[in-house]
Design a protein around this ligand. Structure first.
Ligand code: PGA
Length: 276
């Protein structure tokens, strides 16, 4: 693990980030919507545009409450014939260690319940890390290879944890990390216990794409909703780039669109905002 409280030093950047820079860093685009519903529709429009432009798009997907509205809109657009998922490939950010796929709290189950069971995606095109793999280290390596073989992620959907995590990359995770085994932070265990019967049942470990894996996505679609995310969103976008706030690394990505509802945007400096 790196220095948890070290402000990220550009001199430590791996060459890949400079390659990104050469592609031309655009300023992070921040869109503020009045409500969660508007945020979810705006996000779905961006995903739909991407799939229309590239029918074999590789999508990076996230779990949690935030993207549920996005997924509902995508389901509707698929039913209405607006988007076709038959060529789309997906990679999820993370999965708990130790939960079978059919467990009601596994991220595999979450994704099928909230999206995959309701759209015309091919099951063989859907990928999540296997938290029951005999060797978790090998599973992480293979997951990373599969992303590369698929041509890399075109568009990565991201939420943010209250501690600034992206995927399950908790504060202190090195920016150079690729898919890895994670010890979940106490705050994450507490936050996620709402899906389990008690905090004791929340797995203590997970597999997660690394920060470098996320930064390699060609475009990031970042979503945050609610007052409880306002402070961490402000630290991520207005504060220093630091491993203390993993999402702050997104300031270095060349193509980020952040869609926030008004509550989540309420602590951001006004000059950053582009209202719709
Ligand atoms: P949430 O989780 O969407 O349920 O708030 C986000 C996260 O932990 O990344």
């Amino acid at each position: 693990m790196g220095q948890p409280d070290a402000v990220f030093n550009k001199a430590n950047l791996q060459a890949d980030y400079f390659i990104n820079k050469k592609r031309g860093v655009k300023q992070m685009k921040i869109i503020v919507c009045k409500t969660y519903q508007e945020m979810s529709q705006a996000a779905a429009d961006i995903v739909a545009r991407q799939i229309k432009k590239k029918p074999d798009t590789v999508l990076g997907l996230a779990t949690g409450s935030t993207p549920v509205g996005l997924y509902q809109n995508l389901i509707k657009m698929n039913r209405d014939g607006v988007i076709d998922f038959s060529g789309v490939v997906t990679f999820n950010l993370d999965e708990y260690v130790g939960l079978p796929k059919e467990h009601p709290c596994s991220y595999y189950r979450f994704m099928f319940d909230n999206l995959f069971d309701h759209i015309n995606i091919k099951k063989e095109n859907v990928h999540l890390p296997d938290g029951l793999a005999p060797s978790l280290e090998d599973e992480c390596k293979v997951y990373e290879q599969k992303i590369t073989q698929a041509g890399g992620i075109d568009l990565q959907v991201l939420g943010i944890g209250h501690n600034g995590h992206i995927g399950f990359n908790e504060p202190g995770t090195p920016f150079e990390s690729v898919s890895h085994i994670v010890d979940l932070a106490p705050r994450t265990i507490q936050a996620n216990s709402r899906f389990f019967s008690s905090p004791d049942e929340v797995p203590r470990k997970a597999l997660s794409m690394g920060i470098k894996s996320i930064m390699h996505a060609r475009m990031i679609l970042f979503l945050a909703s609610g007052k409880d995310k306002a402070e961490i969103v402000s630290r991520a976008f207005n504060g220093p780039v630091t491993t203390d706030v993993p999402a702050s690394v997104l300031q270095l990505h060349p193509d980020v669109t952040a869609i926030l509802d008004e509550d989540a945007a309420s602590c951001l400096q006004k000059q950053l905002l582009l209202n719709i």
